[in-house]
Design a protein around this ligand. Structure first.
Ligand code: ADP
Ligand SMILES: Cc1ncc(COP(=O)(O)OP(=O)(O)O)c(N)n1
Length: 280
């Protein structure tokens, strides 16, 4: 009821992750990307980080019981179409998120398996990897590891295109429908950045953009996975979203903003939207 006004239906999404005090990564980057893409965003906060563009100074996990309360509050009221996870910190938090997910229907699950931040700090403990693999990954629509994260998931080093293609198959066999392996950390590619995606139907593609020579890449993975999450919630097909998500992230790095003195954050004001003339 909104007498005299108008009621607008807007796709609703959620990020299940940790905050970044400096605003460039984690929940902060997710919310900016969601807002940019015109979806309504809720949060399940799993942890807090004292962090800046130099690195992570401290982290504070939210108790599992409270995380489950957050799940219930959202599920009792909102109509979430897609959710993404980010830094989940440890085994207790990964288990709580898997438990919360199984108890409530929050649409498509996108896992960004954040393990190590740019400055080298661990945002997922080693003991949580098995829990991630056995409890959370089988629930997901899409997982988006960067190269080092994919190496940890499959337990071998990934150097060549063939290594990456086989790793995506290994990860898909863990029970997740679609697998995106991001190439931002690939040592042999300097002039172009190629990501590989293996889709649920067995088809696959390499997504390539020129490499930008910059250290201002704080929150690139969060931005890419949030763009995908927002547009899945809007009803777009993953195959149509992927090239535009790649372009959005590229432009958010290229059109840099002067914030921070280390690995600076991205520009979350770039105007790239699905369905517009250049981005069918
Ligand atoms: N310097 C860069 N120039 C162009 N694209 C980049 C650059 N760094 C990262 N990307 C792209 O940003 C996205 C996130 O990649 P990556 O850095 O591997 O993830 P993460 O932030 O999770 O470590 C990928 O699409 C990757 O190709
Ligand atoms: C709280 C928090 N969550 C996630 C990250 C990592 O974000 P990512 O997009 O992978 O970017 P970088 O670590 O490469 O900056 C984070 N740093 N903090």
């Amino acid at each position: 009821m909104n007498a005299g006004g108008i009621m607008i239906d807007i796709p609703q999404v959620i990020t299940i992750a940790s905050t970044d005090a400096s605003g460039g990564a984690g929940i902060n980057a997710d919310l900016k990307t969601f807002h940019n893409q015109g979806v309504y965003a809720a949060t399940i906060v799993v942890g807090l980080t004292a962090q800046n563009t130099y690195g992570v100074q401290d982290q504070y996990p939210i108790p599992a019981k409270f995380i489950l309360e957050e799940f219930k509050s959202i599920a009792d009221d909102l109509d979430i179409k897609a959710a993404k996870t980010g830094a989940l910190l440890d085994e207790v938090r990964v288990h709580a998120v898997a438990q919360g997910w199984q108890s409530h229907n929050l649409g498509k699950l996108i896992i960004d398996p954040v393990m190590v931040a740019k400055g080298g700090s661990h945002l997922l403990s080693d003991t949580a990897i098995d829990t991630l693999k056995t409890e959370l990954i089988p629930l997901a629509f899409l997982i988006t590891p960067n190269l080092p994260e994919a190496e940890i998931l499959v337990g071998r080093s990934l150097k060549t295109d063939q290594d990456i293609i086989h790793a995506a198959m290994t990860i898909q066999n863990m029970g997740v429908k679609n697998v995106l392996i991001k190439g931002g950390h690939r040592a042999d590619l300097k002039n172009e950045f190629a990501d590989y995606i293996l889709y649920a139907d067995g088809s696959s593609e390499w997504l390539t953009m020129p490499g930008i020579k910059t250290k201002r890449t704080h929150g690139t993975g969060d931005t890419l996975s949030s763009f995908i999450t927002a547009n899945l919630a809007k009803g777009y097909d993953l195959k149509d979203i992927m090239p535009v998500a790649k372009k959005f992230t590229y432009e958010a790095i290229r059109q840099t903003i002067n914030v921070g003195h280390g690995h600076g954050p991205l520009n979350h004001w770039v105007a790239i939207t699905m369905g517009t003339e250049d981005n069918k």
